[in-house]
Design a protein around this ligand. Structure first.
Ligand code: URA
Length: 218
């Protein structure tokens, strides 16, 4: 099955805005100030898209006009963001801009560059995380190793698999398969799916090292 057709994968619609923004951040010649600005715009779009997969309740309100009523929806607010350091931290501002007062946990996982395997070092999560839906932030889903490691940490903290929504900017097909094979109930939201990884496990065509380009450490 194509990963784009999987029930648990939600790719942002290919709008002209999104495509133009992705073209800028994938361009190796984009200068850093521009890169951060446009990466932030893509992040905002995927965060907004991901919020659509949170539960809501039916709600009716009275409008100020002639006692008219409006049948709408209400946010339930039992959510938490968890960023995988360091790329995920670039997504926190967008999440905070959309969700007032949201709690944000952290998980530190580092990729051993020689073996490309993820190593877990540290986490700090709210105590009641098991009662919340988790927006798990990591811009580049490459092999799926970091996401699988972070998921283990969340499951060990009592979070149910179906309450995890991974929010990514670019997701590689192999990474999506690796995550969904092990955790079929996790939902993955992304701006675009790329087909390949290179021998160093970078996404192709990708946009390079997201953390390095965002934080200026290349
Ligand atoms: N992490 C990145 O920042 N880029 C990739 O292509 C893969 C993992």
């Amino acid at each position: 099955m194509e990963v784009g057709d999987m029930e648990c994968v939600f790719v942002h619609p290919k709008t002209n805005q999104l495509m133009a923004l992705l073209t800028i951040i994938r361009d190796r010649d984009t200068r850093r100030a521009d890169w951060i600005f446009y990466a932030d715009r893509v992040i905002r779009l995927v965060v907004e898209h991901a919020l659509n997969f949170l539960p809501v309740a039916v709600k009716e309100v009275n409008t100020p006009v002639d006692e008219a009523t409006y049948s709408g929806l209400a946010f339930l607010n039992k959510i938490v963001g968890v960023s995988i350091i360091r790329g995920g931290e670039a997504m926190e501002t967008a999440l905070r801009s959309c969700c007032r007062n949201i709690r944000i946990g952290k998980i530190l996982i580092q990729r051993d560059e020689s073996t490309a395997t993820p190593e877990y070092y540290y986490s700090k999560l709210p105590e009641d995380i098991h009662e919340r839906h988790v927006l798990l932030l990591d811009p580049m889903l490459a092999t799926g190793g970091s996401l699988l490691t972070a998921t283990r940490v969340l499951l060990d903290s009592g979070v149910r698999e179906e309450k995890i929504i991974a929010v990514t900017v670019i997701a590689a097909a192999d990474g999506i398969r690796a995550v969904t094979e092990k955790h079929p109930l996790i939902r993955i939201v992304t701006a675009e799916v790329d087909e390949h990884l290179n021998e160093k496990k970078y996404i192709l065509p990708g946009c390079g090292d997201f953390g390095d380009r965002y934080f200026g450490t290349e």
